[in-house]
Design a binder for this molecule. Structure first.
Ligand SMILES: *[C@@H]1O[C@H](CO)[C@@H](O)[C@H](O)[C@H]1NC(C)=O
Length: 154
């Protein structure tokens, strides 16, 4: 039965292909900055969808990401409130972001700067005030939208 064999092969192939490559998944608002994140081994969900501009020095890894404005959002999986400055800077090499400025999280009644992020592929390790917190990378597969604030009317 040639037809059913090709159907089986097709289904197998579909399972092997990353779901983000399937055509019926709506296109995500991924910018060049998000693409660059994945090239360095990080998930796109570390940056909000609302990126205006981006620059990197490929030699040193120094980067700057410009958003359309300050941005607040809720980070999975523990629903920490995060605040992104309009400009986020740091130094990126494969699997590691250091000297990060512009991302803060709310915990224990105050704001803490995330100063570094490491990626081991399966996990992200966030450095906050000399302490680190590990979360599965799969929680950051989508670029989140900023909450409230300025947004173009649709
Ligand atoms: C990029 O970084 C290298 C190494 O730190 C530095 O020598 C170079 O001037 C930088 N380039 C730009 C355009 O800033």
């Amino acid at each position: 039965m040639r037809i059913s064999l090709s159907l089986v092969l097709f289904l197998l192939f579909s399972l092997l292909v990353d779901s983000s490559d399937l055509p019926d998944v709506p296109a995500r608002p991924v910018s060049r900055a998000h693409a660059e994140l994945t090239a360095y081994g990080f998930p796109i969900g570390l940056l909000p969808a609302d990126v205006r501009g981006y620059s990197i020095n490929a030699t040193s890894g120094d980067f700057a990401v410009d958003l359309h404005g300050p941005c607040r959002l809720t980070l999975p999986p523990d629903n920490y409130l995060a605040a992104y400055s309009e400009k986020i800077t740091g130094k990126i090499v494969r699997g590691r972001i250091a000297g990060l400025e512009g991302i803060r999280v709310r915990a224990l009644f105050r704001w803490w700067s995330i100063t570094g992020i490491k990626s081991s592929g399966e996990n992200l390790v966030f450095e906050v005030a000399g302490v680190s917190a590990k979360y599965p990378s799969k929680n950051f597969d989508e670029a989140p939208s900023c909450e409230g604030g300025k947004r173009a009317s649709s």
